[in-house]
Design a protein around this ligand. Structure first.
Ligand code: PLP
Length: 455
């Protein structure tokens, strides 16, 4: 006798009587589907996402090896906050941030403090909160007001810093970048800092262009300010990308805890830390720089668990993956991977410059990221948005966007090279770029509504 179950199994997929044509999107369905049909619906819809290998817009890891995938699948269910149930995941988290403290030259690795986070955004929030709380404590102890904190940074910071200032009522003071000062470099810094400045953010790997901000120069400008005014303003280094590039590829560059003014550093484990999305790190040069009253201790998971995080529950698997990568690659392996990406970035930058109509903003030699604009006097009847659209038609994501505030009339296009963007793939992209430029030269860009929309 044929059972209903057999019947479902012999029926062709996509053509069964219980196969829903469309999935509900705005209400929870009254009844469920069978496991396979539900899987198909979710799997097939997500297939319509872009192809990660052709996405040169993202910094985030899209490839890990099979052993990493095994660790991931063994740890899907681990909750990072549940340190009593998963004490070894908690211990591995500590190994990881201690290794980072050491990599970033913390003066006394035994007296640093750090934590994992969901990404650099959360890590920056925590770094910023520690700056704000320390400033408040200093001011209160001196009987001074604490109602007007400000944070000084470049106009090209990542949006997480604008969020930090907005969410935590801190005035954001942006030093505009310009053609003369392409990054925050200490110029005019004294005009932006005062007794209410909780800190200065220096970015190692500006999101818009990939350039490093010269942290040592910024620190020197703040040293001068301290000599003149007595103000002692700490630096938080947002090394979301550069924190895992500079130690391996620009080891002599002074940007980390070797500079006494650097109080805290964040990086994204899921960017050049080479782990799948969902992981950031923040480390303080010494534990006294993280005020104790920001740390919560909870007992309801068992034990006495200190936590400094915005979330409570979150996946623990990425922490294990980071430790796996540290063990798997070591310094030498990270150096090889990152150098490989830098080689591809520099090759692509040179070749794109050679195509003719473009001018490089930078050449991909800080982090493996670079941007370019249309060269002066190149009015070819199309722009970088048109070029981005043409590439998108072939599946490549190479975004074009305006630079921040004082330079917002300048449009740039950016490529992020990450592990997995091989020379071979770079060569194919160049082929696509050449044909896109030839097409646009021959036919012009889609002038009219589309172009108007872009500006
Ligand atoms: C300089 C910088 N800071 C912070 C972030 C935010 O990082 P995440 O995406 O890990 O939250 C980014 C992301 O691109 C970044 O480039």
């Amino acid at each position: 006798m044929t059972t209903a179950r057999d019947y479902a199994e012999v029926n062709p997929l996509f053509a069964r009587s219980d196969e829903p044509g469309t999935a509900p999107r705005h209400h929870l369905p009254e009844t469920g589907l069978n496991q396979e049909a539900a899987y198909r619906l979710v799997h097939d819809e997500s297939m319509l996402d872009g192809n990660a290998r052709l996405n040169l817009a993202t910094f985030v890891t899209t490839w890990m090896d099979d052993s990493a995938n095994r660790i991931y699948s063994e740890a899907f269910d681990k909750n990072a906050i549940d340190k009593d149930e998963y004490p070894q995941t908690a211990a591995i988290e500590r190994y990881c941030w201690r290794m980072l403290a050491d990599l970033w030259h913390a003066p006394d690795p035994a007296d640093t403090i750090g934590t994992s986070t969901t990404g650099s955004s959360e890590a920056c929030m925590l770094g910023g909160l520690a700056l704000k709380r320390r400033w408040q404590q200093r001011r209160r102890a001196a009987g001074q007001g604490v109602d007007k904190p400000n944070l000084v940074m470049s106009s090209a910071v990542q949006v997480c810093w604008e969020k930090f200032c907005n969410y935590w009522d801190v005035e954001a003071r942006f030093v505009p970048i310009s053609l003369e000062h392409k990054v925050l470099d200490g110029f005019d810094l004294d005009k932006y800092c005062d007794e209410n400045t909780i800190g200065v953010v220096a970015v190692m790997g500006v999101t818009y262009t990939g350039m490093y901000e010269p942290v040592a120069q910024i620190a020197a400008a703040l040293d001068r300010l301290q000599q003149q005014t007595g103000l002692d303003i700490p630096i938080h280094v947002d090394a979301a990308s550069g924190g895992m590039i500079a130690p391996f590829c620009q080891a002599d560059l002074l940007w980390d805890f070797r500079l006494p003014r650097v109080a805290s550093i964040n990086t994204s484990g899921h960017k050049y830390g080479l782990v799948y999305p969902g992981l950031g790190w923040v480390v303080w040069r010494e534990s006294s720089l993280l005020p104790d009253d920001l740390i919560f201790r909870v007992s309801y998971l068992g034990g006495d668990m200190p936590t400094f995080a915005l979330n409570f529950s979150r996946p623990g698997a990425q922490i294990l993956l980071q430790y796996y990568m540290f063990l798997r690659l070591g310094r030498a392996g990270y150096q090889r991977v990152q150098r490989g990406s830098l080689d591809v970035a520099r090759f692509l930058a040179r070749s794109i410059q050679g195509l003719g109509p473009f001018e490089l903003w930078n050449d991909g030699s800080d982090i493996p990221v670079f941007a370019w604009s249309m060269a002066a006097g190149q009015d070819r009847g199309w722009n970088l948005y048109d070029l981005s659209d043409r590439l998108r038609m072939r599946g490549w994501q190479v975004p074009a966007y305006p630079m921040p505030d004082a330079l917002q009339d300048l449009t740039v296009q950016r490529i992020v090279v990450r592990n997995g963007v091989t020379m071979d793939l770079a060569d194919k992209l160049l082929g696509e770029l050449r044909s896109a430029v030839a097409f646009l030269d021959a036919h012009g860009g889609p002038r009219g509504a589309g172009a108007a929309f872009h500006h």
